[in-house]
Design a protein around this ligand. Sequence first.
Ligand SMILES: NC(=O)c1ccc[n+]([C@@H]2O[C@H](COP(=O)([O-])OP(=O)(O)OC[C@H]3O[C@@H](n4cnc5c(N)ncnc54)[C@H](O)[C@@H]3O)[C@@H](O)[C@H]2O)c1
Length: 331
Amino acid sequence: MIRIAMLGAGRIGQVHAANIAQHKEATLAAVVDPLIENAQALTTAYGGIALADPLEAISHPDIDAVVIGTPTHTHVELMLAAAKAGKAVLCEKPVDLDIAKAYAAENALGERARRVMLGFNRRFDPSFSEIHRRIAEGDIGDFHQLIITSRDPGLAPMNYLKHSGGIFRDMMIHDLDLARWILGEEPVEISACGSRMFEPALEAMGDYDTVMVQMRTASGKQCQINCSRQAVYGYDQRMEVFGSGGMILNDNLRETTTRRFSAQETEVRGPLLNFFMQRYTEAYRLEIDAFITAIKHDKPMPVTVKDGCQALKLADAAQLAADTHAVVSLA
Ligand SMILES: NC(=O)c1ccc[n+]([C@@H]2O[C@H](COP(=O)([O-])OP(=O)(O)OC[C@H]3O[C@@H](n4cnc5c(N)ncnc54)[C@H](O)[C@@H]3O)[C@@H](O)[C@H]2O)c1
């Protein structure tokens, strides 16, 4: 059994703790949170010891691995300490909001980076991973275009947004990572536009609520990503890939597959699964499984700190492109 400590018992910590506890080859050895009652709530539900200090878990000889689900500004310090202590690490996105700090972390890890995984969970979503596999199997022929639509159901609280790093680094970073993975190539050029369609208060933070990004790779593949912080119909997560041999796309998920028909309407369906915890339930489970499998078989991690740095580099470039209305070269 791989003994794992969950650092941070907030929103994402609760998801990961449940998946670790349910995994047949792992145990939840500890949950750490300075708000000790948060840690205790999870250890009561899933087992393990509750601790307040992450360094206590990191230096504990009976712990093999840590999952970092703490606030973003703590990621680099905890990741480096855990890797240095010989633990395998799954660190939530983003590595950091400061690209220089993220690159410095990658350098400092050196060889140890092999045992550090980044939490880009969407790569493990069954629909997106099927699209990835089908492209590799040649189902769309020559790859021409990728379109990603990623809309949140509503704006996060202002207190959160102030420290989030902005829509590109906080939200679109998931889609930028997906884009790199699906394209199979690094973008060399990016343009972006940002608007405040419904929340003017974001201007004071230099942030936007509605953005579009366009990217091109060296071989000419094109990618467009659309993000909104307010989709009144629910959490909208779709991808379309297009090429010489056809197209593949996915649908949003709903609680049931029922469709209602009446004298006034047809094809009426229930709402979309509301937010990331519901929509990506299976992706989070498979992400933890991939982490445990890599540790068990001493394989390289499927998503790396380098991936985290590359996605952050794209997010920074998108912010610059939106702010300056310029095409940013990434070559
Ligand atoms: N991959 C995803 O889909 C996804 C989703 C949500 C959040 N995240 C990321 O996860 C991280 C946490 O986000 P959240 O929404 O769960 O935040 P949150 O505020 O709900 O929870 C963070 C928890 O960490 C605790 N904490 C603070 N400092 C700590 C420390 N040094 N050691 C241990 N615990 C500490 C806090 O007390 C809090 O309980 C962020 O970096 C965020 O970007 C990723």
